[in-house]
Write a protein that binds this ligand. Sequence first.
Ligand code: OOG
Length: 251
Amino acid sequence: MTTSTAPLAARLHDAQRNAEATPQLPAGISIDEAYEIQHAVLAQRFAAGERLVGTKLGFTSRAKMVQMGVSDIIVGQLTDAMRVDDGGEVRLSTLVHPRVEPEIVFRLGHDVDPADPLADIVSAVDAVAPAVEVIDSRYRDFKFNLADVIADNTSGGLFAIGGWLPVGDVANRAVRLSVNGRDAQFGSTAAILGHPLRALRQLVGIAAKQGFPLLKGHVILAGAATAAVPFGPSVVRVEVAGLGSVTVRGV
Ligand code: OOG
């Protein structure tokens, strides 16, 4: 990379803090360099007192790949400051151009060592819940390439989690996202790589390569099952058949 990581990370961090869009990164940044920038962005949040609470996968469904024109699985980081209570409010002015997505989320009951070739992340999961993710690209017009979006913490914004349940069959559950009571997106957990547990297995490899810890209590967003929809002042509800629902209100 010709440009050093630090100024790019500072620019992305400021864009997030000030809710102001920023231009895409210079061309030619590799995927490894993009994860380095992401780590540098998150380091600024950790220095400000935030805590890592999990990871999020992106582009695990065709609907998302097609919507954004990116077709590789990506991983971002979740901090405690990104968590919104179920039923809680999201101040839209703190975000650039937020969108919402329906997801399911897994919780780790014990640490997983991503470097261990025998690591079994599926058996480490102790609970599952419906989730709503508020994504927010820091790039103008929500336009980015693969390296840009990785560097920008994979458009990570905020997330809310519904009630935790023991992991049963999550293979083919209907997923519904509604806005002010009107249906906005329908899908199935099968849209997530054919089976959402596949997303977890993919995560281990990326975590090993890019230095993401997978720790007891961490939550893992498996990636949206449908395309995202713009988030304006409204009540957004995600329902996953058999898993219940979760709601956030944009104000
Ligand atoms: C990138 C984040 C994608 C997902 O669930 O696929 C993502 C974006 O679309 O801005 O979170």
